[in-house]
Write a protein that binds this ligand. Structure first.
Ligand SMILES: Nc1ncnc2c1ncn2[C@@H]1O[C@H](COP(=O)(O)OP(=O)(O)OP(=O)(O)O)[C@@H](O)[C@H]1O
Length: 236
C-alpha cells in the first residue's frame, strides 16, 4: 500500500497553546480513515494542520510524495487535498453551478475528472438546484455543494469535517450514499464524523483522539469487537 498521506509526530495548536501532542497517521491510496473523538479533542485541528490552516509546532506531513509540513493551504489544495470544511461555507451569492465552476481544476490529469455533469450525477439534487443561489439552499443541499466543490478540484484525498452534522436522517443517508459511491471510484478520504455505524461501513481504518493523542486505532472489524471501549472514548 502506498502512503498517500503520512503524518508523523504532529504537534499543533493555537499560539502558545498545544492541542495535538504527537499524532501519527497514514492514509493509503484509495483508503478511507476516520478521526473519532469527543468535542474538543483535536480532530478539526488535525485536519486544519494537515491542510496548512493551523501551524505545525513539530512533526512532519508528507502528501503525494511531497513534504507538505510547511506548505500553506493554497499549496496543499493545489497538490490535491480537497477540503470540505465544517459549516459548509459555500459562496452565498453565487449559484450552485457557479459555486462548482469556481473551484474546477484538473491539475493532476485525473483520467476520469469530475465535471459539472459528473458531480450532478453523484448529487441529482444539485442538478435540480443548479440555478439557485448558495443562500437559497437547505443545509443538506449546502453540504452536498461543499462536497461537490471539493470534488471539482479533482482531489487525491478528500478531507471531510462533520459532513453530516445537523442534517435530517434522509439527507444524511444521501451523503453517506455518495461517499460510498466515491469510495467505489477509489477516492481516498480522511473523515471526521460522529456516526459510528455509517463510518464502520464506509471506512477501512479508525483513529480515536483524546486530548490531542491517539488512544485507539484499528479497522472496522476491530472496532466492532472493541465497540464498548471506543464508545466509551466517544462518550456515547
Ligand atoms: N481558533 C482557535 N483558537 C484557540 N483554540 C482553539 C481554536 N480552535 C480550536 N481550539 C481549541 O483546540 C481544542 C481542539 O479543538 P478541535 O476543534 O480540534 O476539536 P474537535 O475534536 O474537532 O472537536 P469539535 O467536534 O468540537 O470540532 C479545543 O480545546 C478548542 O477549544
Amino acid at each position: 500500500m502506498t502512503a498517500l498521506l503520512r503524518i508523523e509526530g504532529l504537534q499543533a495548536g493555537y499560539g502558545a497553546s498545544r492541542v495535538l501532542h504527537g499524532i501519527d497517521l497514514t492514509v493509503g491510496d484509495g483508503r478511507i480513515v476516520t478521526l473519532l473523538g469527543k468535542n474538543g479533542m483535536g480532530k478539526t485541528t488535525t485536519l486544519k494542520s494537515v491542510m496548512g490552516l493551523v501551524p505545525k509546532q513539530a512533526g512532519s506531513v508528507q502528501f503525494a510524495g511531497r513534504d507538505t509540513t510547511r506548505m500553506a493551504a493554497f499549496e496543499t489544495a493545489r497538490l490535491g487535498l480537497g477540503w470540505v470544511p465544517e459549516g459548509r461555507q459555500v459562496f452565498p451569492t453565487l449559484t450552485v453551478q457557479e459555486n462548482l465552476l469556481a473551484t474546477a481544476a484538473n491539475r493532476h490529469g485525473a483520467a476520469q475528472p469530475f465535471t459539472l455533469q459528473r458531480v450532478y450525477d453523484f448529487f441529482p439534487r444539485l442538478a435540480e438546484r443548479a440555478g439557485n443561489l448558495g443562500n437559497q439552499l437547505s443545509g443538506g443541499e449546502q453540504q452536498m455543494l461543499a462536497i461537490g466543490r471539493a470534488l471539482m478540484t479533482n482531489p487525491r484525498l478528500l478531507i471531510l469535517d462533520e459532513a453530516t452534522e445537523g442534517l435530517a436522517p434522509l439527507v444524511r443517508a444521501e451523503i453517506w450514499r455518495v461517499l460510498g459511491a466515491l469510495r467505489a471510484t477509489g477516492m481516498a478520504m480522511l473523515v471526521v464524523d460522529k456516526n459510528l455505524g455509517a463510518l464502520m461501513e464506509l471506512a477501512d481504518q479508525h483513529v480515536v483522539l483524546e486530548k490531542g493523542r491517539i488512544v485507539w486505532q484499528g479497522d472496522s472489524a476491530a472496532l466492532q469487537a472493541d465497540r464498548a471501549t471506543v464508545q466509551g472514548h466517544l462518550g456515547i
